[in-house]
Write a protein that binds this ligand. Structure first.
Ligand SMILES: Nc1nc2c(c(=O)[nH]1)N[C@H]1C(S)=C(S)[C@@H](COP(=O)(O)O)O[C@H]1N2
Ligand SMILES: [Mo]
Length: 162
């Protein structure tokens, strides 16, 4: 079902767009990331640079923040757009197939060089699993990342249980 919408880009764009697996697969080779284990030894999969994905949407100049929404588990991260577009990878494949949910699929965002959890903007907590929408805004949007070790521990417990 390559016509199934897997990712939406909305907010401060000329027109919202809905991307399918096929759309992600037809991006040029130069925009592809063949193997994310080169950035993070424990991670698997292949994808495309976020920059290339955002290029498909006509983003308005007043957009300063991107909010990464995982509607599946109601997890949201809002970070400054510029560093994110340079560092983000949209992971959607594992070998010939799709990225499974255990790896955060069908779509997972990965930051190339994240800071440790809750120490900065582009931290490990911003590696959003089950990414379903990217919303562009002028100001920071919804962010449900854990802000303390205790919150973190609670979230990971929930993840393991869920
Ligand atoms: N959708 C979703 N993405 C998420 C989370 C979450 O709870 N839901 N947790 C975040 C946090 S706090 C961290 S540290 C990383 C953990 O990624 P890992 O399980 O692949 O190590 O995923 C991030 N992405
Ligand atoms: Mo985290």
């Amino acid at each position: 079902m390559s016509d199934e919408v897997v990712l939406m880009i909305e907010g401060l764009v000329e027109a919202p767009i809905r991307l399918t697996f096929a759309d992600l697969d037809t991006l040029p080779d130069a925009d592809r990331v063949a193997d994310v284990s080169r950035f993070h030894a424990s991670r698997r999969g292949a994808g495309v640079n976020l920059e290339a994905v955002l290029r498909l949407a006509a983003i308005r100049p007043e957009a300063n923040y991107a909010t990464l929404h995982a509607d599946r588990d109601d997890f949201h991260v809002s970070v400054p757009l510029e560093p994110l577009r340079q560092q983000g990878i949209v992971v959607h494949r594992l070998g010939e197939g799709r990225l499974p949910p255990e790896q955060g699929g069908p779509i997972r965002l990965l930051i190339r060089d994240p800071s440790a959890c809750h120490t900065g903007e582009l931290d490990e907590c911003a590696n959003v699993k089950y990414l379903s929408r990217i919303e562009l805004t002028s100001r920071r949007g919804r962010d449900t990342r854990p802000t303390s070790e205790a919150e973190h521990a609670a979230l990971h417990l929930r993840e393991t249980a869920g």
